[in-house]
Design a protein around this ligand. Sequence first.
Ligand code: NAD
Length: 497
Amino acid sequence: MNTPAHDWRARSTDLKLDGRAVIAGQRVAAVTGETFNCVSPIDGRTIGHIARGGEADINAAVASSRRAFDDGRWAHQAPASRKRTLVRFAEKILAARDELALLETLDMGKPIKYSLSVDVPSAARCIAWYAEAVDKIYDEIAPTAHTALALITREPMGVIGAVVPWNYPMIMAAWKLGPALAAGNSVVLKPSEKSPLTALRLAELALEAGLPEGVFNVVPGFGHEAGEALALHMDVDAIGFTGSTRVGRKMLEYAGRSNLKRVYNELGGKSAFVVFPDFDDIERAAKTVAGSMFFNQGESCNAPSRVFVHESVADEFVKIVAGEAPGYQPGDPLNAATEMGALVDDTQLRTVLGYIEAGRAEGAHIAVGGQQVRAETGGYFVEPTVFEGVNNGMRIAREEIFGPVMSVIRFKTEEEAIALANDSSYGLQASVWSSNINRAHRVARALRAGTVHVNQYDEDDITVPFGGFKQSGNGRDKSLHAFDKYTELKTTWIRLE
Ligand code: NAD
């Protein structure tokens, strides 16, 4: 990818942005005719106008998805046929790589380099992987007495509401769409109001690939309007939600107040990264935590934002992490060399700066960073920031900041490290760094998190589940386990004469 920044900028002025919803195969304005501004965090400019979907638009989308499900235009196709359509959908995503990457970068500020190399290919791979899986999964026959046959089968649920965040807009959408569509459901997707552009294009690409009308509808809009209407809808069978723990709580309430729809929550994190002095390559551990923390501007649910380091190696560790910071200085997201881009909006900028202020006020001190930069561009940029002298009770250690801010906490013993790492309301991911195989296994087992990494933090694949313990959520995205969320288990007893 060698296109210079000015070329990406020129391409962005040529883009035709269509902010209308996609319902029943058509581009449609909101029923009220209202729109909201799509503001690019790169420079604070308004780049488009998005349909402000509300209850009426959600009703239309759900009705269309219900019709599509009930008449079997998708659900009754043979799995091999659904597979072919979804493989074509994945191919179309890859063919539109430059356009989708540019939309993602303009919309939420991540570097174009990563939109191209991570977001687009990961979304395509996810759709293709579930497509390929769907005609290879068999149902079960239970080992019952010879007088009866008990079939245990999986059926699509019906209409799935997907509500997703802005940090990886395409990937988060694909994690819901892949298993839900492959299993034969219809989906109504509500993208974040901060990043609706790629979701709308995905719906068009799916139609071009041959997905029947109504099987995948997209209604952009605000959470308390379109999101709430979708989650309260009596004809939605399940909600696949990714977002904050605050809104995840509301999702459970909406289900209780409506039709007890299944709710699968994939929520926030405050992941622990635990470094023991017996790990034989402290430099690799320090460089890994910097890369994982500052990737995507620190706007990753699994960012290792609580770093527990044994007191005997903490000084050296912090020095190496601080030395890495210049490599992550924010730059123009449209420049192919940029490693860290803009925070998603002005609100997120204020939130992150507020936490940096809170850390200082509570007595932690900044080893590197701590400033807003590039304000003259009109965009929202914050330096990679490392706090030391943090204790686990401070707000910067307890609350999810969702920005490039790391807290380093010292420990003395293994028991203390485990207790501190587990002392969090979250449990999304964790990692342990030790060259002692017994300690590595012991600590990995003791850490309360959905994923535990040993001596690395980067491995990830569509084949493995992703999700959290505690208030990080309940469902699991990715892997074959995700089919559990979007299928009902049915038992059929047959009497044998
Ligand atoms: P958010 O909870 O504010 O919003 C997420 C989605 O919910 C958006 O589409 C939003 O419009 C919608 N929403 C907001 N209020 C709503 C309401 N009252 N009713 C219905 N819908 C509503 O989260 P965010 O700021 O977009 O995303 C950041 C959060 O997402 C972080 O906490 C991050 O950790 C989490 N996240 C988790 C994972 C994971 O897999 N566990 C992955 C990515 C992000």
